[in-house]
Design a protein around this ligand. Structure first.
Ligand code: ADP
Length: 394
């Protein structure tokens, strides 16, 4: 079996993993441990179209990695082919502008930025420490969601608040989805080599959603901020709004500011407006049955995305490409059409027939469009595997 890479993505209450071989091009195995931290957590393996789930007695990230190791030990051909492990890390602060081989000082530096991602960073660190313990001798690499946006100029990443807060506490925009944007930029360059010298707008629209402007291959603006709450309206996040609302909500509802922040993170966005679901597909189905609130939520989502794309475009020399990616961007022809409807002033038009297709890599602009419009499925696991291969071969 060819060399393979284990990709580990520790979320706050889940752990997704995949084993990629053929230089990251083939997925040998993938799976998820979910409901970690609860009593009924399960670990699911998917291989060759077969699914196998086991109950995780101890529902922790540590036990999930241990069970993955055990499962692989029963399949020595896969275990013996592992040459590296790549970890997705949400927040790399200002310390990490690219992927790195993990050692203790890297883990310490990730712990230093943990206050900006208090749910994710501790999970990442557990995942790394357990993987180092259980897969001794296999090099491990950290790939950061924030790293791609470290090219932003100070004018873009600073918040207009007292500079002392930035100097003392590093309060600034970091941006997320960087691994996805780096993949999209690379994939677009395979399709259109000129794009590395051009201006590209990308809308990564999933349950979490953000936009990015990529000028000549470098991120110049992105919509998420110090945390993923800033920017677009999302599945359950409100995105940008007047910050005074935080204390208004806390006072009016008699709750703490932390609980008010929870409202903005977990009960807002598509869910908050539709009062039905955070899931785009569910809302499209409801809209088709005449649910006006579901339509309102989707239209607000689209309009706000268009505004952020236009705002990000101020950092480009020209708008040459617009790329849709993420679960909604790749699949929802309604949302793509509603976004592009708002972008006519920028000579962005899509072809209705092409836009009705979904899921595949293709361009969907109409003849009159001055901008190429693309659907490109993202592949963060591939990017993590490629970074891991690159660093372990150096
Ligand atoms: P995340 O990785 O941020 O959790 P995803 O990128 O997986 O999210 O995207 C999930 C979103 O994609 C959900 O809102 C889901 O409804 C939407 N989605 C997936 N498939 C479709 C589809 N066929 N039509 C419309 N929306 C879809």
């Amino acid at each position: 079996m060819s060399d393979s890479i284990l990709v580990i993505n520790c979320g706050s209450s889940s752990l997704k993993f995949a084993v990629l071989c053929d230089e990251g091009q083939s997925v040998l195995l993938e799976g998820i441990a979910d409901r970690l931290g609860y009593t009924n957590s399960t670990l699911t393996f998917k291989k060759d179209g077969n699914k196998e789930s086991i109950h995780l007695k101890e529902g922790t990230h540590k036990s999930a990695v241990a069970e993955i190791k055990k499962w692989l030990s029963d399949r020595p051909a896969i275990l013996d082919s592992l040459t590296g492990i790549g970890h997705r890390v949400v927040h790399g602060g200002e310390t990490f502008s690219q992927s790195v081989l993990i050692d203790q000082s890297v883990i310490d530096d990730i712990a230093e930025c943990a206050n900006f991602a208090p749910l994710h960073s501790p999970a990442h660190i557990i995942g790394m420490n357990v993987a180092i313990e259980l897969f001794p001798g296999i090099p491990q690499v950290a790939v950061f969601d924030t790293a791609f946006h470290q090219t932003l100029a100070a004018e873009q990443y600073l918040y207009p608040i007292p500079m002392a807060l930035y100097r003392q506490h590093h309060f600034r925009k970091y941006g997320f989805h960087g691994t996805s944007y780096r993949y999209i930029s690379r994939r677009l360059a395979e399709l259109e080599p000129n794009s590395l010298q051009q201006g590209v707008l990308v809308a990564h629209l999933g349950n979490g959603a953000s936009t990015c402007a990529i000028n000549k291959g470098q991120s110049t603006d992105t919509s998420m901020g110090i945390t993923p709450l800033e920017g677009l309206m999302m599945g359950t996040r409100c995105g940008s709004l007047d910050p005074s609302l935080l204390s208004f909500i806390a006072e009016a509802e008699g709750i703490s500011s932390a609980d008010a922040l929870d409202v903005l993170n977990k009960k807002s966005g598509l869910l908050g407006i539709s009062e039905l679901s955070n899931d785009c597909r569910t809302l499209e189905e409801a809209m088709a049955l005449g649910n006006e609130q579901a339509k309102l939520a989707l239209d607000m989502f689209a309009i706000r995305t268009a505004k952020y794309l236009v705002s990000a475009a101020t950092t480009l020399d020209s708008i040459d490409h617009l790329v849709f990616t993420g679960g909604i961007g790749e699949n929802s022809s309604y949302v793509r059409a509603a976004i592009c409807q708002q972008l006519k002033a920028f000579n962005i038009y899509i072809d209705g027939d092409k836009n009705s297709l979904r899921g595949a890599t293709m361009s969907i602009e109409s003849k009159q469009s001055h901008v190429k419009v693309w659907i490109i499925p993202t592949n963060e696991e591939l990017m993590i595997a490629l970074d891991t291969i690159h660093l372990i071969r150096q």
